[in-house]
Design a protein around this ligand. Structure first.
Ligand SMILES: *Cc1c(COP(=O)(O)O)cnc(C)c1O
Length: 355
């Protein structure tokens, strides 16, 4: 049976990217040696990193004055690296979910943290608006897409202080205006590559301002200077990331990706709203294009497990909602084809007919 991969992360990758990675594992670019067994100090791999960096800059239209680096440690390490490098006295955080919370918790180890707004009391079903960002904060931190709750900040916010964004689960899903941000980071395993690599886009002039000493490995400047090769890099995920970016460019870049993502999410949300058995879980204007959460309507709650089984039997994988939301979550990342969304919709309609 054909499987449709709606996993929230690690998640679906473009077939082309997976295929070229398989080829490279067998034979890295005609060298007769596999990707898993090469030295990262070979010319071929140096080009992989350089090309990945160049495609980041090209596809996201990153202006001069920014560096792109690839590190280990996941997005979670960035929760502490960001304040380590950039928080002198005070930082502002927007609390839109578990990840935002974890980021904020780490920042408290380095200075004063102002939570400008939170939707915690509403189980993070919306993105707070109309808050004030303190003008004397060193930076303002947001999580653009809340993977667990299915909410997303759809615009590049205006901030009076340096804007920092965790874009782990929506990077490359829409065009962004990078110059509005001081730093953007994310784990690769949602929209880019297998787990193991984290990307950081940082405005160079922000670095070197804090007075505390920073351990070499945790100082962004180390990795910028060494071209993401200060220590042994995660060779395989960086290679796959490059393949994903090549695929993205071949289909028309983030502009075309955004069009496809809006189309896929639009179809699924329309079905959730139409189908008598289901309802969405978040404020309509904050609905994520990447993680689509829905639950059984009140009078059909008892059908929750039945629908899960019904959908699983029809090839749907990874649609169980996160335990803090319940119900279902279909992650519609960049690589997910429209056909998968159509298959899920057909499943929902078939189930509706039986009830
Ligand atoms: C998955 C995720 C993380 C955690 O990433 P790790 O690489 O596992 O540390 C952080 N933020 C967001 C928004 C995520 O979706």
């Amino acid at each position: 049976m054909k499987k449709y991969n709606f996993n929230a992360g690690p998640s679906i990758l473009p077939v082309e990217a997976v295929q070229s990675t398989i080829e490279a594992i067998k034979d890295f670019e005609g060298t007769g040696i596999g990707l898993l067994e090469i030295s990262h100090r070979t010319k071929g791999y140096e080009k992989v990193v350089a090309d990945a960096e160049a495609l980041f800059k090209e596809l996201l239209h990153i202006p001069d004055g920014y560096s792109v680096i690839f590190l280990g440690g996941g997005a979670s390490l960035q929760f502490c690296m960001v304040p380590f490098n950039l928080l002198e006295k005070k930082a502002a955080y927007l609390n839109t979910g578990v990840w935002a919370n974890k980021a904020q918790k780490e920042a408290k180890l380095f200075g004063e943290v102002i939570e400008v707004a939170s939707s915690k009391d509403a189980n993070y079903t919306f993105i707070p608006k109309g808050y004030t960002i303190p003008k004397d904060a060193d930076y303002f931190h947001i999580t653009t897409n809340n993977t667990i709750y299915g909410t997303e900040i759809h615009e590049d916010l205006d901030s009076p202080v340096t804007l920092i964004a965790d874009m782990s689960s929506d990077i490359f899903s829409r065009p962004i205006d990078v110059k509005k941000y001081g730093l953007i980071y994310g784990g690769a395993q949602k929209n880019l590559a297998p787990a193991g690599v984290t990307f950081i886009i940082v405005k160079d002039e922000l670095l070197g301002k804090v007075t505390r000493p920073i351990p070499t490995m945790l100082d962004y400047r180390t990795h910028i200077k060494e071209g993401s090769m200060f220590n042994t890099p995660p060779v395989l995920p960086v290679y796959t990331a490059l393949q994903t970016l090549k695929w993205l460019k071949s289909i028309g870049g983030v502009e075309e990706m955004y069009r496809r993502n809006k189309e896929k999410a639009g179809l699924l949300y329309a079905e959730i709203d139409r189908n008598k058995l289901f309802k969405g879980t978040t404020a309509v204007e904050d609905r994520s294009l990447m993680n689509i959460c829905f639950v059984m309507n009140d009078e059909y709650q008892h059908l929750n497990d039945d629908f899960f089984q019904f959908a699983t039997e029809r090839g749907m994988v990874g649609i169980k909602g996160h335990r803090s939301v319940g119900g279902f979550r279909a992650s519609t990342y960049n690589a997910l084809p429209k056909e998968a969304v159509e298959a899920l919709i057909a499943t929902m309609q078939e189930f509706e007919k039986q009830h």
